[in-house]
Design a protein around this ligand. Structure first.
Ligand code: ADP
Ligand code: GN1
Ligand code: MG
Length: 355
């Protein structure tokens, strides 16, 4: 099924004059729909390989957006699903192929790279606010869309599986990367252990807190809302903080080939931490705050493990543009992990300075 089959199922405001691929997400198929009114929409085909049960994912999104909408008057401050003519909030075809239509968040920008310290501070405010908005959401109502999504030791088990299967015959091309990640396996379970021992609380978290999952107002460059709610599930505050740092506190793109350009920026880290803690710092426990730097290191390590695993599996999961794309991504994460390891105490001091 293509977007041509799906658009007629909606009662759109105006005639469609354009529908084209949009954005730089790694998972879903996203289209910008333009009508002659003009009225913009975002149409998405949910990735059925990554999300084999889109029904529970959509139920989560419907509940979470309703919860936030009850607290926010401005429609631009929460994702809004457009119902189909049938009244359904999403369309299911061929078993597990799900399509959904969102109102386009007008007058907004979405950044793939940080353009200023302030932009990143604002992104911290956006994710801190999201955490607060869902603070009173009944976590038990949320389904675990991808079980163990940020269970780093479980990600390592999957890497071991990928190495031994060597499905794409690429293992010989990734020896240095496999060595790097495997050397760090012992440290991968730290946050999961604290969670299992009930030393860290389980919260409702976003779990995919990339910079390009935040919409800022185009004029004021202050947060409008957080998007890409597919992975909202019970999780750790340190994972949300950490994944933002992984992506946004790098001096280069996630797929930069020239590793000399890839550095972890403490300045960017400080900007995000300041924004994030200014809005939700008083809600986090002492240990949660102490483990935020570990969240950054572990999310970067984990994402690198996932890129490497996908490279070995033959690019089954993340969108790729060329055969080494996932290996290149695994390498940038290695550069960042190395620098984060070297400045852990400074990262912690920065957190203390905001508490
Ligand atoms: P993926 O899971 O593939 O990352 P996203 O839901 O993040 O998919 O969407 C991909 C991109 O589409 C976003 O980074 C953003 O640029 C754009 N986008 C998604 N939803 C909206 C929206 N409601 N309004 C404006 N832009 C959007
Ligand atoms: C994916 O969907 P997107 O592009 O925002 C992935 C994240 C990774 C990220 C790496 C559901 O995020 O977990 O951290 O790529 N999302 C899913 O860039 O796996
Ligand atoms: Mg996204």
């Amino acid at each position: 099924m293509g977007f041509q089959d799906i658009l007629p199922l909606y009662d759109l405001d105006g005639e469609v004059i354009q529908c084209s691929r949009y954005g730089s997400g790694h998972i879903n198929e996203t289209y910008l729909v333009v009508t002659n009114r003009p009225h913009l929409y975002i149409l998405q085909k949910v990735n059925s390989h990554v999300f084999p049960n889109p029904r529970i994912l959509m139920e989560n999104i419907i509940m979470v957006t309703a919860h936030i909408r009850a607290k926010e008057r401005d429609p631009r401050r929460v994702l809004r699903l457009v119902p189909a003519k049938s009244g359904e909030q999403y369309i299911l075809r061929d078993g597990n192929e799900a399509w959904r239509l969102y109102e386009f968040i007008t007058g907004s920008i979405c950044l793939d790279r940080v353009e200023s310290l302030r932009d990143f501070e604002q992104s911290g405010i956006a994710f801190g606010t999201f955490q607060n908005q869902l603070e009173d959401f009944p976590a038990e109502e949320l389904k675990e869309v991808i079980p163990g999504f940020h269970d780093t030791p479980k990600r390592y088990q999957a890497l071991h599986r990928a190495i031994s299967e060597n499905r794409a015959g690429r293992a010989k091309l990734a020896q240095r990367e496999m060595d790097f990640y495997l050397q760090r396996e012992d440290s991968a379970g730290m946050l999961m252990e604290l969670l299992q021992n009930k030393e860290l609380p389980l919260r409702v978290t976003h779990n995919d807190t990339k910079l390009n999952n935040v919409m800022l107002d185009a004029e004021t460059r202050t947060p409008l809302c957080v998007i890409d709610l597919d992975t909202v599930m019970p999780g750790l505050a340190a994972s949300d903080f950490g994944d933002s740092i992984r992506f946004g506190a790098s001096t280069a793109a996630e797929d930069e080939k020239d590793l000399e350009k890839v550095h972890f920026s403490l300045e960017l880290y400080r900007a995000f931490a300041g924004g994030f803690l200014s809005v939700c710092g008083n809600k986090l426990t002492k240990l949660e705050k102490e483990t935020l730097p570990d969240g950054a290191r572990l999310m970067t390590l984990e994402c690198g493990v996932r890129f490497l695993m996908d490279y070995l599996d033959g690019d089954q999961y993340f969108h790729t543009d060329y055969p080494e794309h996932n290996l290149i991504r695994a390498r940038t994460q290695m550069a960042l992990v190395g620098e984060m390891e070297a400045c852990h105490s400074q990262m912690l001091q920065i957190i203390h300075a905001f508490c």
